[in-house]
Design a protein around this ligand. Sequence first.
Ligand SMILES: *[C@@H]1O[C@H](CO)[C@@H](O)[C@H](O)[C@H]1NC(C)=O
Length: 135
Amino acid sequence: MTPSLGTCLFTLLALGGSTVADAAPGSHENVKRDDLTCSGFALRPVGEVNACIDFLHSRGDTTCAINGRASDFCTTGGTKITGFNYSNKESVSSLCRDVAYSLQKVLDSCTRYRGVAGGNAAGENADIFVSIQPA
Ligand SMILES: *[C@@H]1O[C@H](CO)[C@@H](O)[C@H](O)[C@H]1NC(C)=O
């Protein structure tokens, strides 16, 4: 299957070269690619993150692909799931199911009160660092 932009999006956003999360707090720059981290990202409601996990899990072995330096895989309410291009390869993707598993680990490790903040490598290849962001 050819990875394509928008395969995994709830909402197809206009993704320009520098429009995604460039200036957002919680940029991936200081995070090692295989790190699960609970810090450096904004706290988002657990229910919204759960909705995106369910959505991405339901996509199964559909490809969640990066176009450029970052792509959004899911947006709901005030929360979006952004994957960063970590490997600098020409083609960067994970199975959407693996993105969901990675997010589930963030949810399991980083939930406080009714919020969760964090990011994690997506899937086995660590080509993508997936993060919870404000939409
Ligand atoms: C990932 O980033 C590198 C460096 O900016 C770029 O050369 C590569 O084309 C990007 N990959 C994708 C899939 O956009």
